[in-house]
Design a protein around this ligand. Sequence first.
Ligand SMILES: C[S@@+](CC[C@H](N)C(=O)[O-])C[C@H]1O[C@@H](n2cnc3c(N)ncnc32)[C@H](O)[C@@H]1O
Length: 299
Amino acid sequence: MKDTQASSTAFTVQQGMIYAGRYSQEKDAIPSNLVSLSEQIMSALPEGKKRIDQLKNPLRRGLLKLMEFTLLPGISLHYVLRKMKIEQLAHQAVDDGVEQIVVLGAGFDMLATQLAIAHSHLTCIEIDHPATSIEKRKAIDNCELGQENCELIAEDLSKHKLEDVLRNSPNFKSQAKTLYICEGVLMYLLEKDVCNILTVIKELSPMGCQFVFTALEPLKSEKNDAGLLLQMHLRSMSEGLNWMLSSDDIEEFLNKNNFLLDGTSNDAMICKELLPSVKPRHLHNGEYVVSAHGSASRA
Ligand SMILES: C[S@@+](CC[C@H](N)C(=O)[O-])C[C@H]1O[C@@H](n2cnc3c(N)ncnc32)[C@H](O)[C@@H]1O
């Protein structure tokens, strides 16, 4: 990503959700709060407003739909499905006693804010690159959605160590059972950096550490729809893919890094579970949601 510009892919995720929730065949089944919160935050940012305006224009919308069909069919609905699954896992974690949620590379996702509003005892912390985080802070302030128990940390994690960033936060609690979320980010990192995150979060939260993240099936796998066109598109946006791992191998990878797998969910599984009435024409194949625990006792 560019150092001075908010993440283009973070805007694309929100635009995809708004498309799915407002214009797709599945729109009536998609939870309206997910879409309206996204619209609220996007409307408060010039680039976000531009993305919403593109969707309002039937011609631009048609072009975006064609682009989706050509590059990654079903990706708009995928953004909704992955967010719904992560939200479900986060609520379960809170019910199971998690006291703190840390979102890495949060983009314009509003889950931490929603959880902070719903659970006043919860400490929520988001970290994102300053170029994105500062924009998001402005939007959250404009929408009057700022929460005392939700801190936005603007740090470049390629320049500052995650452990230092969190230990320097006045709000981070090292003795709290913690859920870490990293959605749509790890595939841009090198494997050694993914392993480092696993080591660091386990050390940061010795009382219990759950990690919910998304991972990408290898591009050549039958379980991934991505073609050459998409890879070229991502490279042109300076957000090339690095870490990919088959869902068949994720348990072994996690075990090697001292985590235990709770489960993985692809779009077909999430759709069946959370949107059972929806029978989409295209379901995305490639990115899947993983939940794992970093200690023998559940967080
Ligand atoms: C594809 S977006 C995903 C956003 C969000 N998690 C979602 O799924 O809606 C990737 C996010 O990682 C953040 N990111 C990329 N490089 C980063 C870095 N070096 N330090 C902190 N955040 C970074 C970007 O700013 C962006 O918000």
